[in-house]
Design a protein around this ligand. Structure first.
Ligand code: NAD
Ligand code: DAU
Length: 333
């Protein structure tokens, strides 16, 4: 199958490209923002199944040119501004890419009549889950941040293309991913890279917020399973079934890296901070046979080992622009 992947140079997109390029023909459309890094794809560079197209999903003409040249049969749409804190500091590019960029992708896919369109969404669209039970796919969308609201908007827009135009859309809503190649702005890679550098580990608020951790390769297998077996017009939650408070995650990282607890510092909380995410993945498990395989302790140790072995990758991405963001987000806390 010829698959157009957007955002394939980012954290999850590159894992998906590495997983699928040996068996499918992949066209990777990416703008290469600060989060896009072709180093993540070194292992498949030059592979006959793989092509890279540098383009912005907000640029309708550029998107049309990629569709016209490559004629994909399916689309997996990952490209997004994915970081909540950046969306709070600077919402405009987030709304533009996540909503309008997703719109341009849907329009092009409709014109070209693709046979499957997977829109990669997030469990954050459900907002904070303060109920005693986990959210299934019928829960209302009550997003909190500019990031999650723009994802909720594009998630609904994608579903509207199924309802209105009968486009073969499937939506996935995954929980917090972790693993190799994650940009060190998200909790796990930031805490690992700061701990390895003996730098402070900034804990927002009381550190008791709960996230459900999903190993990135498990997420990519889930996307592949709905690409192949998901029903058109349906939403599939993808969770790791491993809910942990942030402080528990950071304690485990300190244990693995052998660094002292004194590195942890309490800082001002994130505005509008969601307290707890909790979803059930029963539907995808029942319909496609997918199941998260990675044990969190094993996955976290493998992730720390990867960051230890790839200090150069980390120092390259922690460029001048990263330092500007870091002082903007953490300097005032
Ligand atoms: P990321 O920030 O690591 O990568 C995003 C990629 O999109 C980068 O390669 C970037 O260059 C590209 N991109 C950004 N704007 C673009 C534009 N205008 N045009 C073309 N390319 C553009 O993100 P990620 O963590 O890999 O997340 C991928 C997708 O998965 C996103 O849609 C995100 O909302 C969703 N998701 C992420 C998580 C998570 O825990 N990281 C969980 C659930 C869902
Ligand atoms: O739930 C899926 C979502 O998970 C994805 O849609 C997003 O793209 C992804 O960024 C992630 O969002 P979160 O806001 O949950 O992830 P983040 O890693 O930014 O933060 C995880 C938790 O850790 C959250 O409660 C905030 C806290 N945190 C984060 C950072 C960066 C800290 O305490 N300190 C920090 O420095």
């Amino acid at each position: 199958m010829k698959i157009l992947v957007t955002g394939g140079a980012g954290f999850i997109g590159s894992a998906f490209v590495r997983l699928t390029a040996p068996v499918h023909s992949i066209v990777n459309l990416d703008k290469l923002t600060y989060a896009g890094n072709l180093d993540n794809l070194k292992s498949i560079e030059g592979h006959p199944n793989y092509t890279f197209a540098k383009a912005d999903i907000c640029d309708a003409a550029a998107v049309e040119a990629v569709f016209a040249e490559h004629k994909p049969e399916a689309v997996v749409h990952f490209a997004a501004e994915s970081h909540v804190d950046r969306s709070i500091l600077s919402p405009e590019p987030v709304v533009a890419t996540n909503f309008m960029g997703s719109f341009q992708m849907l329009e092009a896919a409709k014109r070209h009549g693709v046979s499957r369109y997977v829109h990669v969404s997030t469990d954050e669209v459900y907002g904070s889950n303060d109920e005693p039970h986990d959210a299934d796919e019928s829960w209302p969308l009550i997003a909190s941040s500019p990031y999650s609201s723009s994802k909720a908007g594009s998630d609904l827009l994608a579903l509207s293309y199924y309802k209105t135009y009968k486009m073969p859309v499937v939506v996935t809503r995954a929980s917090n991913n972790y693993g190799p190649y994650q940009f060190p702005e998200k909790l796990i890679p930031l805490m690992i890279s700061n701990a390895l550098d003996d730098q402070p580990l900034p804990i927002y608020g009381d550190g008791q917020q709960v996230r459900d951790w999903l190993y990135v390769d498990d997420h990519c297998r889930a996307i592949l399973s709905v690409l192949e077996k998901g029903r058109e017009g349906e939403v599939y939650n993808v969770g790791g079934s491993r809910a942990l408070a942030n402080l528990d995650v950071v304690h485990r990282i300190l244990e693995i890296t052998g660094k002292p607890e004194s590195l942890m510092v309490r800082v001002k909380d994130r505005p509008g901070h969601d307290r707890r995410y909790a979803i059930t993945s029963e539907k995808i498990e029942k319909e496609t046979g997918w199941k998260a395989r990675m044990d969190f302790e094993v996955g976290l140790k493998a992730t720390v080992d990867w960051y230890v072995a790839n200090r150069e990758w980390v120092s390259r991405v922690k460029s001048g622009a990263y330092r500007d963001y870091y002082s903007q987000n953490y300097g005032a806390r």
